[in-house]
Design a binder for this molecule. Structure first.
Ligand code: R5P
Length: 291
């Protein structure tokens, strides 16, 4: 097997290959003057299982086109099997037609990827209305989780934690982490009016005196969910507010806004950033080893 990092996968591809004792290389992905992508392999792929590593952040559309071009080319260059290691996979939240006329992007993007890859490995994909990854992809898919790493981080770094899920969708991450740590947890109620306007409320009181409130969620995008949750937690007297997330997208300068609101944010490195302190390469490496 060859581990080959795409433009947004180098931060994990190299480490994953090293942990697995596999050869690592990068594809060349640059742009023509008209903004079209050019993708090129610089090693022989014939008869190899090729694992492309790409996390989908920044210019997500380019990231998608890049892996499609790369996977199809790998097949033409006689790779035996083509795998996508996608630490963060996009479009999972668009799992229904929220407004009439809207695309159900989750299905469409999964179908596109499924046309070119033999299998996919995703870390904590946002599964809500579609509960199982097998129902999203028609190809073989592996749903990996960073919950244990997040629990370990909290255990080693945060005293007296109470785990808070900021909305119903965060329940499986927050509950899972709280159970691993054997500490209290509470799920808040969120109402979303738009991408930038959410309301987060508590429906049953919780005493946070002398406790550190640790908000656990899969994705932080604009950060509004976390900022609204933190207002409630501050009112309840939390000593300090932390946010532990798997995928730190941090759109619109969210990390600075969260930090300025007094929230300490820690994420995994599915997406690189200043907050990405939890390394997930071991999860990818173990998954490749097992399967
Ligand atoms: C959705 O339910 C997710 O779990 C996150 O809570 C959401 O994506 C966060 O978005 P934002 O940071 O823009 O409020």
């Amino acid at each position: 097997m060859l581990i080959i990092s795409c433009s947004h996968g180098g931060h994990l591809g190299r480490r994953t290959a090293k942990k697995s004792g596999l050869h690592h290389s990068r594809i060349i992905a640059d742009k023509f003057p008209d903004n079209e992508l050019r993708v090129k392999f610089n090693i022989d792929l014939k008869n190899h299982v090729v694992a492309l590593v790409q996390s989908f952040y920044g210019n997500i559309s380019d990231c998608i086109i890049e892996v499609v071009l790369a996977a199809k080319t790998a097949k033409e260059l006689e790779a035996r099997k083509i795998i996508l290691l996608a630490p963060y996979f996009p479009y999972m939240r668009q799992d229904k037609r929220f407004n009439s006329g809207e695309a159900i992007s989750q299905e469409i993007i999964a179908e596109l990827i499924g046309n070119y890859f033999d299998s996919v490995y995703l870390i904590d994909p946002h599964l809500h209305r579609t509960k199982r990854l097998e129902n999203v992809f028609k190809i073989k898919s592996y749903n990996l989780s960073a919950a244990s790493l997040i629990a370990d981080y909290i255990k080693n770094n945060i005293k007296n934690p109470v785990i808070i899920g900021p909305d119903e969708e965060s329940n499986k991450w927050a509950k899972n982490v709280a159970e691993k740590l054997k500490v209290d947890f509470r799920i808040l109620k969120k109402k979303r009016y738009s991408s930038y306007h959410v309301e987060v409320k508590l429906d049953k009181k919780i005493n946070l005196k002398n406790k550190n409130a640790v908000i656990v969620d899969d994705i932080v995008s604009t950060g509004h969910t976390i900022i609204e949750a933190s207002k409630t937690l501050n009112r309840l007297g939390a000593k300090k507010i932390y946010c532990l997330c798997v995928h730190g997208i941090f759109a619109d300068n969210a990390l600075s806004r969260l930090n300025n609101a007094g929230i300490e944010v820690i994420s995994t490195n599915t997406i690189p950033s200043k907050a990405a302190k939890i390394d997930v390469s071991g999860i990818l490496s173990s998954a490749l080893h097992v399967n």
